[in-house]
Design a protein around this ligand. Structure first.
Ligand SMILES: [Zn+2]
Length: 264
């Protein structure tokens, strides 16, 4: 085993950002483009907010839109392939990896990504894990009537799909930001806590373990505020391995999580 002092501190970050709608999640993640190139997987048609960013930042964001709906739940299928990091080609029309319809047609727009080949100058954004969860549910209940209720085996299947995705995030050799909405779950001690949506309640309760940083976004006195310190609020799941308290500076850029040296 190498001595700790001989090991380089890993600079790759896996970040979960969550909070209610309109709490600034998309914009704050987009502002990271000031320091890093972003590959933005848009699963819920939410990238409109990114047009509010300055033009030079927009230039550094590559949006890959994955059309996803209940009838054609593409997000879970494509993201499970993409997140493994190997080279994949995604069609623009369907957001599908190696699409049988588009692959033979030269006039169809496709994008090739290989996340394992990314360096620390780039960060992958998954917007959002809420939609990814919905997509997984739609995939599991394909062909079932509209009023079908998930059964025990379906929930187990959902937990497995989400665990597979987040496990790849956890060990990814590239930077990842997952954006999610909030849900209130009962913790083991029966207290209620706001946690990121990541599948079942049981799963959402534990989703933080896959991430280095868990950031909560909210609006306080009309301002977007990010919180990362574990001391933020007992009822909200947050945490920072980098020991950064984002709440201290309302204009903080996420780059501070990579180490203050990079933040100019
Ligand atoms: Zn296609």
């Amino acid at each position: 085993m190498a001595k700790l002092s001989n090991l380089k501190e890993t600079k790759i970050k896996h970040i979960m950002m969550f909070g209610p709608p309109k709490s600034g999640k998309t914009r704050r993640a987009g502002e990271l483009a000031k320091y890093k190139n972003l590959i933005w997987f848009d699963l819920e048609n939410g990238f409109g907010t990114l047009f509010q960013l300055p033009q030079d930042l927009q230039e550094r964001i590559e949006v890959i839109h994955i059309p996803d709906n209940r009838g054609t739940p593409m997000a879970i299928e494509t993201m499970l392939k993409v997140i493994k990091g190997l080279k994949v080609t995604i069609c623009e029309d369907h957001g599908k990896v190696t699409c049988p319809l588009c692959t033979p047609k030269e006039d169809k727009v496709k994008v090739t990504v290989e996340l394992n080949a990314l360096d620390n100058d780039t960060c992958v954004v998954v917007d959002s894990c809420t939609q990814l969860t919905n997509s997984a549910i739609a995939n599991i209940t394909k062909g079932k009537p509209d009023d079908y209720k998930l059964e025990y085996d379906d929930w187990a299947h959902l937990g497995k799909l989400m665990d597979t995705f987040f496990s790849y995030v956890q060990s990814a050799p590239f930077n990842v930001i997952c954006i999610s909405h909030e849900s209130e779950v009962k913790m083991v001690d029966k207290s209620a806590k706001l946690v990121p949506v990541g599948g079942t309640s049981n799963f959402s309760r534990n989703v933080a373990k896959y991430f280095d940083e868990v950031i909560y976004c909210r609006v306080v006195n009309g301002k977007h505020v990010m919180a990362s310190s574990t001391a933020t609020d007992n009822n909200i799941l947050t945490g920072s391995r980098a020991n950064v308290d984002l709440a201290k500076d309302p204009n903080a850029n996420l780059i501070v999580l990579w180490g203050s040296a990079e933040a100019k």
